[in-house]
Write a new protein. Sequence first.
Length: 202
Amino acid sequence: MSSQTMNDAAATALTSADTLKFPQPRSTAAVLVRRVDRDPSVVWIVPQPFRLAWAEPKVGRHTPDLLTVHSDGGVTVWDARGADDQGSKFRAKAAITASECEAVGWRYEVFAGLGRVERLNYLWLHGFRSRPEWSDQYASQIRLAVLSQPVAIGELFQLDDGSGGLKSVVWHLIWKGALSVDICGPLTDRAMVGLGPEWANA
């Protein structure tokens, strides 16, 4: 096992076309990457973007986990820490980081993680972030099926010709936001799928 594998956690982001690495333990950071990578307002993702250092009220330093640039020009700085990891030392660093971000017009957020179902849904959809080469063959058919009202995923899957091609395109369209689904609920055949922001505003 390489030292990189032992010491780093990694998550791949399509938005930045790169593999983002974080010092362990950073499973919460990897979940955050999957979440912001699916956000259509996010146009760039930077891991560990800078290090803050200060001398008052007590000497300290802090490196945030993530920075996202948004389509409206806004910038958000993120720390990914589960609730159990947000001790007094971290909260003090977070307060200073928030103040410094506010001074330059940036937002600052502490991401505490997701519920089990939502986290697993993001993990599943992350595998379909790349656009299938055969998307054009099925996209219009899928859009027509949900145009008037939401339908169950299982009903959409019945349109598949047996190749699995339509199914993979459905998952990709959910990931990219062309189709909407309750990301906090189980993605079973009964989950309802409708037009997402991309197609609804087209």
